[in-house]
Design a protein around this ligand. Structure first.
Ligand SMILES: Cc1cc2nc3c(=O)[nH]c(=O)nc-3n(C[C@H](O)[C@H](O)[C@H](O)COP(=O)(O)OP(=O)(O)OC[C@H]3O[C@@H](n4cnc5c(N)ncnc54)[C@H](O)[C@@H]3O)c2cc1C
Length: 463
């Protein structure tokens, strides 16, 4: 089986397939020279315990039936390997390539003004994602920042902006990010959402962490949005409401944050003095229908506008998956609206018209299967479900991809084409050398690792 993507979805599916199908072999293609997807480039650096899943992935990768094919992207760009070159050499393909774009607001100023960052870019930058190594966010223009969106990623961004850098310094955050955060003038962050606290997407752990930051005060929320009697609420909402009502513990605050509800972003406006720079964000006030306490309430515009001055804004309204370049040519479906590969909910790729004929040998797992929501635990559950489908199909002699002479050569069959294109494969042993060098650089600075943020620097370790 060829697995495309080395995040949790790829690793957990590989693990289960290898344990359920005797003698199965997995080749895992990853477009970067380093594995683990959002576990490395998404999960916040001050949440190291979340990254413990990497121990399991290491165990999977140590198997002689597993090959890491790092630094090889599947696609039609120069420097990528076309999907069609994999097909003759595998029985099955697993799409586990996650969500490599982010959703946009589509409002004026979003693409033109300086000072507006996507959360994906900002998170990628502080976590050392090569794509954003040159982002260089300017955090010195003012004291205010606005985060649009109220999910866990929005709260991660807020915490990184407000957290004491001495706490972050010992994590695997990049040194460059620490230097930028040390110079930051941001003192107040507003986390803005279209709906109310009862509809917000963040979870208890993330909100509690912000409330516990020692020198950061939380501005109380409008009480009319919180039910008076919390007893009748389901446990998760009740705990969140209690934490919001209680507020922060800061005694001598130097910074501040707030949850600003019922505001829908309408435009990013230029600064009156520097016209290329963000000066404020305008929002339309909303009301909640049918009522503020209904968890499914909808936000309805009121035509009343509010301007929030800020030279810095972060858009955190979700990630988005895209089809691989050859999908339409190879008749592999993709649902643009949901940003997912149509599947039978058990991971078998199916045609969009009728959910009946599974495309033989094609599977999907993770964010590209069910959309860009959910934590590592839910990604694991859905990867296991996909692996069960692969095993069930295999054991029931269902149709798989037609490999040449019925003998799937895997990477051995593909590598000639990769070599012809001048592509350089990074093996698991190669990654371990990069890993060791990152750890060595980190220990010199009293941190777990200092990540390489450029692909060429990762590869230079191997020369
Ligand atoms: C900012 C952020 C913070 C998060 N924090 C937490 C947290 O604290 N706790 C938690 O449990 N969950 C957290 N999550 C959620 C968790 O990261 C996801 O549930 C999980 O990573 C999804 O796994 P995946 O394998 O589907 O995708 P990904 O992890 O994105 O993996 C996809 C992989 O595919 C590779 N790839 C993409 N395109 C190609 C291609 N064409 N060819 C080859 N390879 C390709 C990518 O480089 C990547 O390595 C967070 C998510 C984000 C965005």
């Amino acid at each position: 089986m060829a697995v495309i993507g080395s995040g949790p979805a790829g690793f957990y599916t590989a693990y289960k397939v290898m344990s359920k199908i005797e003698n199965s072999v997995v080749d895992m293609y990853e477009h970067l020279p380093v594995p683990f997807g959002l576990v490395r480039f998404g999960v916040a650096p001050d949440h190291p315990e979340v990254k413990n899943c990497q121990d399991k992935f290491e165990e999977v990768a140590e198997s002689p039936r597993f090959n890491f094919v790092g630094n090889i992207s599947i696609g039609d760009d120069v420097g990528a390997l076309p999907l069609r070159s994999l097909l003759p050499h595998y029985d099955a393909i697993l799409f586990a390539y996650g969500a490599s774009r982010d959703r946009t607001l589509g409002i004026p100023g979003e693409d033109t003004l300086k000072g507006i960052y996507s959360a994906r870019a900002f998170v990628g930058w502080y976590n050392g994602l090569p794509e954003y190594s040159d982002l260089a966010p300017d955090l010195t223009l003012g004291e205010e920042a606005v985060v649009v969106g109220q999910g866990n990623v929005a709260l991660d961004v807020t915490r990184i902006l407000l957290q004491d850098t001495s706490v972050l310094k010992s994590t695997d955050i990049t040194e460059n990010a620490i230097e930028t955060l040390q110079k930051s003038k941001v003192r107040r962050v507003r986390v803005v959402g279209r709906r109310g606290p009862m509809q917000a997407a963040f979870t208890i752990k993330e909100i509690r962490e912000l409330m516990n930051l020692p020198s950061v005060e939380f501005e109380p929320v409008n009480g009319s949005l919180i039910p008076e009697d919390l007893k009748g609420l389901p446990r998760p909402s009740r705990r969140i409401m209690e934490v919001i009502k209680k507020g922060s513990k800061a005694t001598e605050p130097t910074k501040k944050w707030s949850l600003d509800f019922c505001l829908s972003p309408k435009a990013f406006d230029a600064s009156p003095t520097i016209h290329s720079q963000l000066g404020s964000v305008s929002f339309e006030k909303t009301t909640l229908n049918p009522d503020p306490f209904d968890p499914n309430a909808r936000a309805i515009g009121t035509s009343q506008m509010v301007d929030i001055s800020s030279s810095l804004a972060f858009r955190s309204i979700g990630y988005k998956s895209e089809p691989l370049a050859e999908f339409s040519e190879l008749n592999i479906p993709f649902n643009d609206k949901s940003g997912t590969i149509p599947n039978d909910h058990l991971g078998r790729v199916v045609n969009e018209d009728g959910l009946v004929t599974p495309l033989k040998g094609m599977y999907c797992a993770g964010w590209v299967k069910r959309g860009p929501t959910g934590v590592i635990a839910s990604t694991m559950a859905d990867a296991f479900q996909t692996a069960d489908s692969v095993a069930e199909d295999w054991h029931s002699h269902a149709a798989f991809l037609n490999s040449v002479d019925n003998e799937a050569l895997g990477w051995d069959g593909v590598k000639q084409e990769a070599e012809k294109k001048g592509l350089r494969r990074v093996s698991w042993q190669d990654w371990k050398r990069i890993d060791a060098e990152e750890r060595r650089r980190g220990s010199a600075q009293g941190k777990e690792r200092e990540k390489f943020t450029k692909v060429e620097d990762m590869l230079a370790v191997l020369d």
